[in-house]
Design a binder for this molecule. Structure first.
Ligand code: GDD
Ligand code: MN
Length: 359
């Protein structure tokens, strides 16, 4: 009996995301966008770069923004630093002196209160119609990322735009790529269907008036970007990741596992908070959000439950359980499967770790 419950749980665990993926890919991924996009649309943009101890990367980051093909008079950059101790602020000041032609404001806070807090502060100084948030440890790679992201806002239904990730500089590049392939298809398909509840810190852009409407970036969770995008989507605007807005993420060479757990913690915090959203989201977004909540909060535990039941019944002598357990372990040779399993473990660990550490 135990073995059948265990197998059932495993079936649910693998079957749900697989069906969702196949369904979304077939129904939406290849479909044309249902919105109009005006080429040459150049709204005034404010790029905000929050920094805390980014001395090593900050020059390269500012160079990357500087290299964007976007009219300088339509672009404002705000760097907000929270009392870094490694000289980030001084390096940024020096960079500014050497690049007088770009409109860069530098704000130095006197203590560290987190990324979202800094974003809320920087917002008060921003004058753009579109606000683009970008992490110092990320690069856009293409010179038109900013321009492409901005163009999507020419459709008044679009409230937020993020980028498609291209992992770079990874200690474990293949595992990252395996993960990205699956996730990138979902992000684009969800965006075409309506909106995606997952945004990326590499490039998260928002209509400024909508940011004001949804209130501040949440300071109590790690994924300020995804959560704000979700709130905007719930209000009835589109929060999208188009295939042509690209960004690169620097995957840390050291501490890869703890970095993945941290990321998973952010996602778990975001979806837990999203479950408590008061507004009634449009039906097609509500469905996407519910599936993603399930996939991030519940589904990993179902795998764990299935594995425990199968192990228990295998110990009690069930041959079926033993065979399926062995199969589950043998499949770890297969990379996409291994990536999937590790992500499930990260999500379980993240949920537990969130109980005492929210960072
Ligand atoms: N001003 C300021 N103050 N900046 C900060 C602070 C702070 O207290 N803490 C971190 N930052 C800056 C970092 O310097 C970096 O530029 C950016 O905020 C993101 O910080 P990371 O430490 O690199 O965050 P992460 O990589 O774990 O998570 C990022 O990605 C997630 C998913 O894409 C963040 O952008 C999350 O907000 C995002 O949800
Ligand atoms: Mn980062």
């Amino acid at each position: 009996m135990l073995e059948y419950i265990g197998l059932g749980l495993a079936l649910i665990h693998f079957g749900t995301p697989l069906s969702y993926y196949v369904y979304m890919k077939k129904k939406y991924f290849g479909k044309p966008w249902d919105m109009k996009r005006e080429e040459g649309f150049k709204p005034k943009i404010t790029v905000i770069v929050p920094t805390y101890n980014e001395a090593k990367l900050i020059e390269k980051k500012l160079d990357d923004i500087y290299a964007q093909e976007y009219p300088r008079d339509r672009l404002e950059v705000i760097l907000i630093d929270s009392a870094s101790s490694d000289g980030t602020l001084e390096i940024a000041e020096k960079w500014k002196e050497e690049h007088g032609e770009i409109n860069l404001k530098i704000i130095g806070e006197d203590s560290r209160r987190g990324k979202a807090h800094s974003l809320n502060e920087a917002l008060k100084h921003s004058t753009g119609e579109i606000v683009v948030i970008t992490d110092a440890d990320s690069f856009w790679g293409t010179r038109d990322s900013l321009g492409r992201a901005a163009e999507w806002f020419s459709d008044p239904s679009v409230g937020a735009v993020s980028c498609l990730k291209d992992p770079e500089g990874s200690e474990a590049p293949s595992i990252e790529l395996g993960y990205r392939g699956y996730y990138n298809v979902l992000r684009v398909a969800e965006s075409k269907a309506y909106s995606t509840p997952i945004f990326h810190g590499e490039l998260a852009s928002f209509r400024k008036d909508l940011l004001e409407e949804v209130g501040e970036f949440p300071v109590d969770i790690g994924s300020d970007d995804s959560h704000t995008a979700t709130k905007i989507a719930a209000m009835g605007y589109r929060a999208i990741i188009p295939e042509d807005v690209l960004c690169k993420e620097l995957v840390p060479k050291r501490g890869y596992n703890s970095w993945r757990i941290r990321r998973a913690q952010h996602l778990v915090q975001h979806f837990m908070k999203a479950m408590k959203l008061k507004v009634k989201a449009p039906k097609n977004f509500d469905r996407i959000l519910k599936v993603e909540e399930y996939l991030h909060l519940m589904n990993p535990w179902i795998l764990l439950g299935g594995a425990v039941l199968l192990s228990a019944s295998a110990i009690m002598g069930s041959l079926i359980s033993l065979i399926f357990l062995a199969l589950g372990i043998a499949l770890l040779m297969y990379k996409p499967y291994r990536t999937w399993i590790s992500m499930q473990l990260y999500l379980v660990i993240a949920a537990i770790k969130n109980l005492w550490s929210r960072e």
